[in-house]
Design a protein around this ligand. Sequence first.
Ligand code: CP3
Length: 354
Amino acid sequence: MKIAEPQARFLRACRGLPVDRTPVWFMRQAGRYMAEYRALRQRYSLLEICAQPELAAEVTLQPVRALGVDAAILFADILLPLVPMGIDLDFVKGQGPVIGNPVRSPADVQALRTFDPAEDLSHVMAAIRLLRQELPESVPLIGFAGAPFTVGSYLIEGGSSRHYLHAKSLMYGQPETWHALMEKLARVQAAYLLAQAQAGAQALQLFDSWVGALSPDDYRRFVLPHSRDVLDAASSAGVPLIHFGTGTATLLEDMQQAGGDVIGLDWRVPLDQGWARLGTESAVQGNLDPLALFAPEPERRRQVDRILDQAAGRPGHIFNLGHGILPQTPVEHVRAVVEQVHARALEPAQEPIL
Ligand code: CP3
């Protein structure tokens, strides 16, 4: 037996190793669709939960207890590192993130502070250390950060955006400023990911949620080198890296070039076709439509089965949604998906893992 092989299903699948059942977890598995979370949110804001390690750890554990998932994702937000960079960040009900001082000029980029994540985001590291004590070996902890494009787009727009008017204007009109911002974000996010691994995160996911807004040519010129810098630096942590985006059907090969052991696939790409394009050197994560969780049981079961059929028991598939769980999702449907995925034993039968 090779000593270095991980035993947890999720970590084995990240490495393309055979597993007994397909590991499953959900993006945004902690959140408003759970009554336990809503109860805590009556007393604390999102940023307050993130700032208190005991609360962040508790919220991280809620879906692990309720759903029986194969991985935990740290409760935090991709925008948290903006606070020590000097950004005025708030989450406004019904509106999402709001940035009081958007970044749109060379001076704005210059003014952004780089920082030491182990110190300035020490509450995040403390939550990770707490969670590593509480989680069983079979449920690894995923740390994460936002990719330079996705975080940069919030930073430039001042919040969520539909057309990325300000972000793309900066990208096309002031490419030097754009690249300076991306470089700064890449440096910060790489250090943040490494600090999370150092604190105990057993896998790291880079969220480039909105990168599907770009053409392949723009992705290659304006984003890929910066995402690659983050993933290259993070790879020295020695834990699996997951590279995720949505609307990425035309970007998959380029995202793979940028890096990551596991590539996220959203529901717009059939899992087998996406995986065939990436080849056996990549593991894949996905790709149920989050809206399928609202479907009646037969339709939901059909969609889950279709994904498992397309993965065909090949090592290196992590079952997940193509994007995050929506707040209105019925919890019992989420739990039923975990049970359905776990009910399917994979062939050929595995050697027992000691
Ligand atoms: O369970 C988990 O997935 C861990 C926690 C987590 C949160 N945000 C908590 C959160 C994670 C992994 C994120 C990542 C994140 N944050 C992304 C990338 C993933 C994705 O969905 O694409 C993005 C783009 C953000 C930025 C962000 N944070 C937005 C746009 C919003 C508002 C929209 C919304 O869902 O309300 C947030 C707020 C946020 N982050 C919530 C949670 C649970 C909801 C806040 C609340 O309780 O009111």
